[in-house]
Design a protein around this ligand. Structure first.
Ligand code: SAM
Length: 281
């Protein structure tokens, strides 16, 4: 059965109303589904974490191809439908929020020696926080194959001083090697979204920048891009207790303009400024 047919049948069988607030755009193109699975390099031994399985566009074809799937779906109704429709010992579903779930609990579903891959047609409204969450720790995941908004794909290769360059670009540069895989037309989804999509493949590959507390550094990256209209100093002082005069002095002493904006800084600049301000040795 095609994914389009199955999706339509499930929608009518369970009287599903799409929840746009949860970014529900169901993928219904079998060729795209096959390409995503192929990018993920799934074998019978691979274990999969799927974020937002929805009506199972990726889950159904994956279930017979891999060792085990652990899916995390926030929508209670979709979660119960999947549990009803997929009766397999290899399928575990958490009806939880990917931004809150304990990832160690998810990964404990697999054996220590298993190779784990994350696959998701991401709910676009939380792309950035999800990627920040996934990269907070080294979860020993081989790679991530993610469908994202095409704009996000562009951020991967964007340079400072461009409109695409933001916290996500900096984070990806710092923590990953990420490549763009292919574009997906909006016509491959129901309902048809407003934006085009891209599939990216991301590998955890952190650079050693001498950061002692990674969590604080990731928060710093988020903080300094929080408000694009503000200067670096104003963004830092909005979320930290350092006075603006001390920040200005630090910047001038280190040959940066007081009025500099975060999008003008490379990853190395950002790491140096962070270390200068928050790391004392
Ligand atoms: N994987 C399905 C597909 O490709 O057709 C659905 C993808 S849809 C773009 C995103 C899915 O993520 C929806 O099923 C939505 O309910 C779910 N979702 C939204 N927010 C979530 C969250 N915070 N945690 C887990 N799942 C979430």
């Amino acid at each position: 059965m095609t994914t389009l047919k199955r999706t339509k049948e499930l929608m009518s069988k369970y009287n599903i109303r799409i929840n746009k607030d949860l970014g529900q755009n169901f993928l219904v193109d079998d060729e795209v589904i096959e390409r995503i699975i192929s990018e993920a390099e799934i074998t019978k031994d691979t274990c999969v974490v799927e974020i937002g399985p929805g009506l199972g566009a990726l889950t159904f074809p994956l279930i017979n191809k891999c060792k085990k799937i652990v899916a995390i779906e926030l929508d209670e109704k979709l979660a119960s439908i999947l549990l009803e429709e997929i009766k397999s010992d290899n399928f575990v579903l958490y009806n939880e929020d990917i931004l809150k779930i304990d990832m160690n609990k998810v990964l404990a579903e697999f054996d220590f020696t298993d190779q784990v891959v994350v696959i998701s047609n991401l709910p676009y409204y939380i792309t950035t926080p999800v990627i920040f969450r996934l990269l907070e720790n080294n979860y020993n995941i081989i790679h991530y194959v993610l469908m994202v908004q095409k704009e996000v794909g562009k951020r991967l290769t964007s340079k400072p001083r461009t409109k695409e360059y933001n916290a996500l670009t900096v984070l990806m540069n710092y923590k990953t090697k990420t490549g763009y895989a292919f574009n997906v037309s909006k016509n491959c989804f129901i309902p048809i979204p407003n934006v085009e999509s891209s599939v990216i493949k991301m590998k955890y590959f952190p650079l050693n920048l001498g950061i002692h507390n990674d969590k604080l550094f990731l928060k710093f990256i988020s903080d300094i891009f929080a408000n694009r209209r503000k200067t670096l100093v104003n963004n830092i002082s909005a979320s930290n207790s350092i006075s603006k005069s001390n920040l200005n002095k630090y910047l001038v002493d280190n040959n940066y303009k007081e009025t500099i904006r975060s999008e003008e800084l490379t990853l190395i600049d950002i790491a140096n400024i962070y270390k200068g301000l928050f790391q004392n040795e």
